[in-house]
Design a protein around this ligand. Structure first.
Ligand code: AG3
Length: 281
C-alpha cells in the first residue's frame, strides 16, 4: 500500500509526498506535530498539516534567513530568533564567530524536543554555549525589550494558530524598539503566489513599511512550500542589503553554503513585476 502526506496548497491545489513511514504524531498544548520519513525529501516535520522543514530542502530557508542579514552587517553580536524550534536558523548563526549571544524564543517545547530526537541535521547546534532557549510566547517576550539586539529573525509558521501574533503591527513595533541602532529584522513573509499566502504577504509588508525606514523583500525557492516561491522581509533602521559595501566581504568567512552566495544575495532582491506591484500598494 502506498502512503502519501497531502497538504492543501490552495483551494484547488494539493501537494503530496510519498511516505515511507510515520515516525511520530503528537498533539502538543499548541498544535498537531508530525514527523514522517519520505522517499524524496528525507524526514519531514509538519505542524497542523503544514510542512515546516524537510531534510532535503531546509538548507535554502535557513541559509537565506541567516546569511543575507549577516553579510549586510559583519558586526552583528546579539541575535534573537523568534520561533525556529527545529534549530536550523540557530545552526547557521553559530557558524559566525562574531556572534556572542543567540536568544531563541520558541512557544512550543515539543517542537524542540522532537527536532532533537528526529532532526539532528537542524537541531545540532541548539546546545551551543551562546544559545539560550526561552520557551515563551514571542509576543510577550518582546514587550519589554529595548535596544538589545543587532538582529532579530522571525522564523515563524504561517499566521494561523500560535504564529498569528507574530504578524501584527504591535509585534513588529516591539521588534523595532528591541533593535540597536544598526538593527536588522528579517521576517518569514509567505509567498506571493496563491491567494492565502499572498494576502498575508501584502498585509505584513504594509505594516512593516510603516515602522522600518528600510523595508525590502527578497525571494527564495523552496520546493515543498506552496508554489515553491517564497519571500522573506529584510527590514532595518538604516542598513540596506543591496547598496552595501560589506556584502562582497562575506566570502572571507569561508563558509560552505549550498544556496547562498554573493550573487544570490543581490539577485534575491530583484523581484518580478507581479511581486513589485504588491509591495507598492
Ligand atoms: N517555518 C514555516 C514557514 C512557513 C511554511 N508555510 C507553508 N508551508 N505553508 C519554517 C521553520 C523553519 N525553521
Amino acid at each position: 500500500m502506498e502512503l502519501w502526506f497531502t497538504e492543501k496548497h490552495a483551494d484547488n491545489v494539493r501537494f503530496s509526498i510519498r511516505i515511507k513511514k510515520q515516525l511520530h504524531s503528537e498533539k502538543s498544548e499548541f498544535q498537531q506535530i508530525d514527523v514522517f520519513d519520505t522517499y524524496e525529501f528525507g524526514k519531514i516535520l509538519t505542524i497542523d498539516g503544514i510542512v515546516m522543514i524537510t531534510e532535503k530542502d531546509e538548507f535554502v530557508y535557513h541559509e537565506m534567513i541567516v546569511h543575507v542579514p549577516m553579510a549586510s552587517n559583519p558586526n552583528i553580536k546579539d541575535v534573537l530568533v523568534i520561533g525556529g524550534g527545529d534549530g536550523g536558523t540557530v545552526r547557521e548563526l553559530t557558524r559566525y564567530s562574531n556572534i556572542q549571544r543567540i536568544d531563541m524564543v520558541e512557544i512550543d517545547q515539543v517542537v524542540v524536543e522532537l527536532s532533537k530526537a528526529y532532526f539532528q541535521q537542524t537541531s545540532c547546534k541548539l546546545d551551543d554555549k551562546r544559545v539560550t532557549l526561552f520557551y515563551e510566547d514571542g509576543i510577550e517576550f518582546m514587550k519589554d525589550k529595548k535596544d538589545v539586539y543587532d538582529l532579530i529573525i522571525i522564523d515563524s509558521t504561517d499566521p494561523i494558530g500560535p504564529g498569528e501574533g507574530l504578524f501584527t503591527e504591535e509585534f513588529y513595533k516591539n521588534c523595532y524598539f528591541a533593535l540597536k541602532k544598526n538593527g536588522i529584522m528579517v521576517n518569514q513573509n509567505e509567498s506571493p503566489y496563491y491567494d492565502k499566502e499572498k494576502r498575508e504577504f501584502i498585509r505584513a509588508n504594509k505594516k512593516i513599511r510603516k515602522i522600518f525606514p528600510v523595508a525590502r523583500v527578497y525571494q527564495l525557492h523552496i520546493p515543498t512550500y506552496p508554489s515553491g516561491h517564497w519571500l522573506f522581509g529584510f527590514n532595518s533602521k538604516g542598513i540596506d542589503p543591496v547598496n552595501n559595501d560589506n556584502v562582497d566581504g562575506w566570502v572571507k568567512n569561508n563558509l560552505e553554503t549550498q544556496y547562498y552566495n554573493t550573487e544570490i544575495h543581490r539577485g534575491s532582491f530583484m523581484l518580478p513585476n507581479f511581486v513589485k506591484s504588491m509591495i507598492s500598494q
